[in-house]
Write a protein of this length. Structure first.
Length: 177
């Protein structure tokens, strides 16, 4: 966690709770998640789990993150859910849906492709993620829309996109149906 963070959303790099929730809304838009099995890859502090609880959505939620302190705090805050310190590459189970919100911010292009491909393989129905396009800050994954679409074509499935809710943000849905 960022040692100067005053709020959970700051600890995982979001600018506000409202922006984080807007991204979650776009990520889950149009899905019926009751009684489904989901994986939150890059779960951070488990905010998506809390969002699902707020919406009254009961599902079999699992969250993974590589930051041990995030996983420990999420486990304490959401004891009914399952959290593990793990990489997506370590996961062998399958899920109805796999979600990633902001997971790729500081990822290399090579790892982005590998992680997205594995996430799609683990999803029985869809893999959905959101990310910044054309990030301007140093250290961020710098990927334009055409390059993103080229990468997604190598993964397979049917990709759809949601734009316009936040500057440079995109939500990607890769469906197996």
């Amino acid at each position: 966690m960022h040692k100067n963070a005053k709020h959970d959303y700051e600890s995982v790099g979001w600018l506000s709770t409202e922006r984080q929730k807007l991204r979650f809304e776009k990520l889950l838009d149009g899905l019926e998640l009751r009684d489904t099995k989901i994986l939150d890859f890059g779960c951070g502090l488990g905010a998506l789990c809390g969002f699902l609880d707020e919406k009254g959505i009961k599902c079999d939620y699992s969250g993974i993150d590589i930051v041990d302190s995030f996983v420990k705090k999420a486990s304490l805050d959401y004891p009914e859910a399952s959290f593990a310190k793990a990489s997506i590459l370590d996961i062998e189970d399958s899920f109805d849906y796999v979600f990633s919100s902001g997971t790729y911010a500081f990822c290399s292009k090579e790892l982005f492709f590998e992680y997205a491909k594995k996430s799609f393989e683990l999803a029985r129905c869809e893999y959905r993620f959101n990310m910044l396009l054309n990030a301007r800050s140093s250290g961020y994954l710098r990927l334009g829309e055409s390059e993103l679409k080229k990468v997604l074509s190598k993964i397979g499935g049917k990709s759809t996109f949601k734009y316009g809710y936040l500057e440079n943000d995109i939500t990607v849905c890769i469906s197996k149906m």
